[in-house]
Design a protein around this ligand. Sequence first.
Ligand code: AMP
Length: 282
Amino acid sequence: MVLFHNKSELQIHLKNKCRDAGKIALVPTMGALHKGHLSLVTKGIQENRTVVVSIFINPTQFDKREDLEKYPSTLKKDLELLATVSEKLIVFAPSVSEMYPDEVSTKSYNFDGLEDLMEGSFRKNHFNGVATVVEKLFRIIEPDRAYFGEKDFQQLAIIKKLVKGVNLSVEVIGCPIVREGNGLAMSSRNNRLSKENRAIAGFIYSTLETAKNLFGTKSALYITDWVKKEFLKHSEFSLEYFEIADEVNLRPIKKRQDKIKYRAFIAVYLQEVRLIDNMPVN
Ligand code: AMP
């Protein structure tokens, strides 16, 4: 495994040792790695000659300072975990000044309104921050393919738009959500939950499953109402949003159409930890 903190050194390595040898994949992460991240890395290895895993806690995508400060930084452990997957990985772990040499600023994008829905409406400027850092990573690494998790489904849709909008030739590949035994979507934030809460957090998944089953016979309005009531019954949780939306444009469902694929999206607070999840419903 090779570790780079410096972008020019990484670029020289890629040019001399990788670029002509085959496809280059990028797996962007913020570290505190778990099996969800590793599934992306594994897919990257299966489909490409070179895999770069970036580990960078991007300050511009945090809307709350305390969230950024609380974000776990575990580089040594992350490298050990990555080494269990492959010794051939390239890891890029830059500092903030390496990624934002002039000033820590956020570029403003237009994603046709995608950025204002769901996550975007609760986390102002979040997707501009994500796109800013992903565009920087794409320009530094120039990958052929980039792997993102469906766990952050809206982010995946935004990155696909970003690539078109700024004319980059990266193939963006979505990967399925990896879950814990009780169905909780794996996340670096899960470590902040107490053991008890981590166990009950499977309720988010089971609610999505029931919503999916209900979607066969009930209206989206009925299901949304039902989900709200379910969360009111479980006071450990605080529901931020639940929505059934078109999987392509992420607009909330109005009149159901047979040809359209819908997905349920949810954001919930448990013990002040914000958890998101989603599931296809048809
Ligand atoms: P993060 O480190 O949280 O920014 O995540 C880095 C990448 O891993 C993103 O593309 C996420 O969508 C993906 N990811 C995070 N958790 C999971 C999971 N449980 N299953 C699949 N992908 C995930």
